[in-house]
Design a protein. Structure first.
Length: 873
């Protein structure tokens, strides 16, 4: 069943033109209102064309990508139009970005220049340097209070220069080029992973301007409103601010008062001074309004007629509180995505259905599909995944064919976007169909088969006096499968009460009003701030990562291999008495070695084949510590250090002259090394191991921290692939990672800086067939996950193959390679590490049968059953 706009919604007045730029659409009398900004755009385009050597009808938009990293300014949109006049594309970046995040966007978009503002200049310069953008291609937009003389050209200076230059030649576009050419390269919020670059055409923007203004024209006509004053508060880098607040409102002649960023007092003052009638906001701002009633009462807000929220749903409790405090205000919501170039549905002031996101805009069609069966939903009030078809649906994701194919699908009746949102359609009291957003499908919590929407619980929690902000995620539960857990930022009203009392009061608030399966069985945890995207969306992924890290058992074995420019350093770390060693599930009983179940093992344990196997810690404890000589002539130091109250046994093997004078080895090198190792994942043992490497080892051995390689064994491999690589790869200069007997997908967010570092890191997965049986999908899933990370960085299959290799050794159990016991197998890996990881290495590992092959994804891994699926092809 296909849903469309209600009968009262007019059709579009014209077909969206598909062969012109947004600038021409906005600034010619044929389509829109002639704007005073037209001349400024003209002068800017002349100067930018000269400075950057951009010519309108030469090359493609990909040769002329300009990044815009700025607070809101009145020149924000005119600047983008000036670039469009030259045939270029603009990639707006969030002003909240860190330097590594901005650098990722600059690199992945191929930006040739960067426009920024004085308050963000320090971050911009760091990112530009990392992305290779020279200072002469950095320009400054004016913001209130910026008075410093900077060694960069300003927009005002470019305008003055442009006045003296000849006009740029008109664009000569072919029919339909506006529907094919990218105008904006906006980055999705990253709520489910790294931000993806969304390719938005000129046609997409023009279509959504017409869709939104046509829909809204009915209410405006009834209210006798031709134009009004709007507040440009939300970030113009976000699709909501870029398309609705700036383009759509300007197109219909509204005056937009620009605020650089949100400050509640500045916001209230602007509403009072400029008599703002309609507030375009996001839920966090609504919460601030209702939580600061005394402050708001000091300002005249009587001009406000309509509060319109987007980016995330408003809960019914929040809406009730707004209307209670401000009964004259209408409250409406809209729904859209970056991938739909903003609005899919919106609320008219004459057709408000509380809790819904309004009705579909004209020229928009929707389907609801059961995510389990794939069948279309045909009944009201029945949830399913929303699919949308509209002229504003974007071109796809830049350099990410996989994500594009998964999100934008061709059905019998054309191209649709799978939104990933669970919604339902209900018939309002007016008789019109309204869209209700339930939640992100991936974020729904399933408690004993019942679905629980985090957004519903969050809205309810915000009504409690102790809750300033909150987020709800799912946590695993043995009986229910999953249960809700709340992260809460406390209000001042909770001061003086114990955390236990506050948590109990909050939990009871849910229990008194919600069904049992919605109760907070996962608990209540207090934090300082809820992680959110710049648009106000809760980044639940980061909270899930935190929860997983907190629950993660300590790795029993960790091996770090540090290769120096000075010498080769092989480091084996065993945590002694720090945590119980996980019992291997796929090894025969017996002694530590070639035990075959009858007690004939040749290792330290002897054993009776029935549980007398020694742990790795016990095995290590039996080996005498001290100083010895390796077969290659290196010196081996085997010692235990007390770190953070934990005894840590470690072994260092390297040339004798690389030990420092303060070490137990009597050598001549007095220079202490300095390591930059990743922070641990929050457990006591891992913190101790980190401090061992960063603090204890530099007192023992000299090595170059800018050239560090890592290897993990078993639990150490899980630690590296799950936590260290995604969060800390940027800490190492020339990096390689060898993962032995284990791997897993990232368990914490992959930072932009780490993703960029992985593009220069060699990663080798070394395992056995029995290991694959033991860990099932974890190893192939880890391999696939890191290949996906490299794909998001724009690497080709051949480039990925040059970095990532895999070998599944034919024989052996858990780290027991080719008849070697565990300890001997680990030693083999350490002895032959450089052969695999060093540039120019042979790839041959004695005793393991390691090979380097040329197939991306499944190299030489032998999978069982369904585990073969993700790595073949």
């Amino acid at each position: 069943m296909v849903f469309t706009s209600p009968a009262w919604v007019p059709q579009l007045p014209i077909d969206p033109p598909d062969s012109i730029t947004i600038d021409e659409f906005m600034n010619t009398e044929k389509y829109g209102r002639y704007a005073g900004a037209k001349q400024r755009v003209d002068h800017l385009s002349r100067a930018i064309g000269k400075k950057l050597d951009f010519t309108p009808n030469e090359g493609t938009e990909w040769d002329k990508v300009v990044a815009l990293f700025s607070l809101n300014t009145i020149d924000y949109v005119p600047l983008t139009h000036a670039v469009h006049r030259l045939g270029g594309a603009v990639t707006p970046a969030s002003a909240a970005y860190s330097a590594p995040e901005l650098e990722h966007q600059l690199r992945s978009s191929g930006a040739q220049a960067l426009f920024t503002c004085e308050p963000l200049l320090e971050t911009a310069l760091k990112a530009a340097k990392g992305a290779g953008i020279p200072n002469e291609r950095i320009f400054i937009l004016a913001t209130p209070g910026s008075t410093a003389r900077l060694p960069f050209a300003t927009l005002d200076e470019l305008v003055e220069e442009g006045k003296k230059l000849p006009a740029v030649e008109p664009l000569r576009w072919t029919k339909g080029q506006g529907a094919r050419q990218v105008a904006y390269l906006c980055y999705s919020s990253g709520t489910s992973g790294l931000p993806k670059a969304v390719m938005i055409s000129h046609f997409n923007v023009i279509a959504n301007i017409l869709q939104y203004t046509t829909y809204d024209s009915v209410a405006r006509k009834k209210l006798n409103i031709e134009t009004q004053v709007d507040l440009g508060l939300l970030p113009f880098s976000h699709i909501y601010g870029l398309i609705i607040i700036t383009h759509s409102n300007s197109y219909r002649g509204d005056e937009v008062i620009v605020l650089p960023k949100f400050d509640i007092k500045t916001f209230l003052s602007a509403v009072q001074q400029y008599k703002i009638a309609q507030l375009y906001v996001v839920p966090p701002i609504v919460i601030q309004i209702i939580r600061n009633q005394q402050l708001c009462s000091q300002y005249d807000l009587s001009s406000v007629r309509y509060l319109y929220a987007g980016a995330a749903p408003l809960g019914s409790e929040t809406i009730d509180e707004v209307t209670k405090q401000y009964p004259a205000w209408h409250v409406g919501q809209g729904y859209g995505m970056t991938e739909t170039c903003t609005v899919v549905s919106t609320t008219s002031e004459h057709d408000i259905d509380q809790g819904s996101s309004g009705s579909l805009v004209p020229a928009c069609r929707a389907k609801i599909v059961d995510p389990t069966t794939g069948r279309e939903v045909t009944a009201y009030d029945t949830p399913g995944e929303l699919l949308v078809q509209a002229p504003s649906v974007v071109l796809g994701y830049l350099n990410n064919e996989k994500a594009t194919a998964e999100t934008f699908v061709w059905l019998d009746d054309g191209r649709w976007i799978r939104t990933g949102d669970e919604v339902l359609v209900r018939r309002a009291a007016s008789g019109n169909e309204h869209l209700v957003i339930v939640d992100r499908i991936k974020e729904l919590i399933k408690v004993k088969g019942h679905q629980v929407a985090p957004a519903e619980l969050e809205a309810h929690l915000l009504a409690h006096e102790f809750v300033s902000d909150c987020a709800v995620i799912q946590v695993p539960d043995d009986r229910a499968g999953e249960v809700p857990k709340a992260y809460v930022v406390k209000t001042k009203r909770a001061d003086g009460r114990s955390d236990e009392d506050v948590a109990r009061a909050i939990a009871k608030h849910v229990e008194d009003h919600k069904a049992r399966h919605k109760w907070l069985k996962g608990g209540v945890e207090f934090i300082e701030i809820i992680p959110k995207s710049p648009s106000g969306k809760i980044l639940r992924r980061l909270l899930r990562d935190k929860e997983k890290a907190d629950r993660k058992a300590q790795g029993a074995k960790l091996m770090l291999n540090v290769r120096s420019l000075l010498a080769a350093l092989t480091l084996l770390l065993l945590v002694v008495n720090a945590a119980p060693s996980p019992k291997p599930q796929n090894r025969r009983p017996g002694g530590n070695g070639n035990g075959n179940g009858n007690g004939r093992g040749n290792g330290n344990g002897g054993g009776n084949g029935r549980g007398n196997r020694q742990t790795a810690q016990q095995q290590a404890a039996r080996v005498p510590q001290g100083i010895s000589e390796a077969t290659d002539g290196s010196t081996i130091l085997d010692m235990t250090a007390e770190v953070n109250g934990l005894p840590l046994r470690f072994r260092v093997s390297m040339p004798a002259d690389q030990f420092v004078a303060d070490s137990p080895v009597n050598t001549a090198n007095p220079v202490a090394g300095a390591a930059q190792t990743p922070g641990a994942a929050g457990t006591m043992g891992l913190n101790a191991v980190t401090d061992l490497v960063t603090q204890t080892l530099p007192q023992v051995v000299a090595f170059n921290a800018s050239n560090v390689f890592l290897t993990g064994v078993s639990g150490g491999s899980l630690l590296l692939s799950g936590f260290v690589m995604p969060a800390h790869m940027d800490a190492f200069g020339a990096t390689g990672v060898m993962l032995n007997c284990g791997a897993m997908p990232p368990q914490v967010a992959v930072t932009d800086a780490s993703a960029a570092a992985l593009t220069g890191a060699r990663v080798h997965f070394q395992t056995t067939t029995q290991e694959l049986d033991l860990l099932q999908g974890a190893i192939p899933a880890g391999i696939q996950a890191y290949e996906d990370v490299l794909q998001t960085q724009g690497l080709s299959a051949d480039q990925i193959n040059a970095l990532q290799t895999v070998d599944g050794t034919p024989d052996g159990g858990h780290c027991a390679f080719d008849g070697q016991d565990f300890v001997s197998g680990v030693q083999l890996m350490a002895d032959n590490y450089a052969s695999v990881m060093q540039a120019g290495g042979s790839g041959e590992v004695a005793g393991i049968g390691n090979v380097k092959t040329g197939v991306v994804g499944n190299e030489n891994v032998q999978f069982t059953g369904a585990n073969r699926r993700s790595m073949v092809g």
